[in-house]
Design a protein around this ligand. Structure first.
Ligand SMILES: [Ca+2]
Length: 204
């Protein structure tokens, strides 16, 4: 009898341990803040005309070295640090995923043509543009840090977010359709995706 009890206790303990571990795996165990150090010299030149890609480590103005996501308080804040000053034409594209939405954040700066920062919500049935008060992009004095603040209310106040970030520039005077891109969350870029996604950042 005692051995039966002992076996049952052992089985119960084991199953509890298994349940415990699977619950831990399924739980969103991520922090609200996440930092990733991106490789240096991994900018890629892409020709949209013939589909070729070649390394372009000299384009240090879009070479991301660090990215920090912070899902805290009223904002999702994304900070992008580059190896050299972010001069010239600049574009940043970020896919944002939440439990209920798929969005795209785009910010650009073209010399003599102005700046634009916009948020698109692909889960909306009509006009995807989100009129988002408080959506802002700033640069620090050294121009090596760009900060984008997205009010959480514009993305549905989600429990968690994931995001990607690709930084790009173009040759203004080139006749070919060429971009220089760095996927901030992986070495180089992938031709077949919009950018690698961060882990889930829970709201904290
Ligand atoms: Ca880089």
């Amino acid at each position: 009898m005692q051995s039966v009890v002992r076996r049952s206790v052992a089985a119960l303990t084991l199953s509890t341990a298994l349940i415990g571990s699977s619950a831990a795996l399924a739980a969103p165990a991520n922090a609200a803040k996440w930092t990733y150090d991106d490789a240096v010299g991994d900018v890629v030149k892409q020709s949209l005309e013939d589909g070729t890609t070649t390394p372009a480590p000299e384009k240090a103005n879009v070479d991301v070295t660090r990215i920090v996501g912070n899902h805290h308080g009223r904002f999702l804040t994304i900070k992008v640090r580059t190896k050299a000053k972010m001069t010239g034409p600049l574009g940043a594209t970020s896919m944002i995923r939440t439990p209920r939405k798929r969005l795209m954040l785009m910010t650009s700066r073209m010399p003599q043509m102005g700046n634009q920062t916009m948020l698109l919500d692909f889960t909306k049935k009509r006009d995807p543009e989100v009129r988002c008060r408080g959506l802002a992009r700033t640069f620090d004095k050294s121009r090596t840090v760009m900060t984008i603040k997205v009010p959480r209310s514009c993305i549905g106040n989600p429990e968690w977010v994931r995001f990607s970030m690709t930084l790009s520039t173009v040759d203004m005077f080139s006749e070919d359709f060429i971009t220089y891109d760095d996927d901030a969350l992986r070495e180089g870029v992938s031709q077949y995706s919009m950018g690698k996604m961060s882990p889930k950042l829970r709201h904290g």
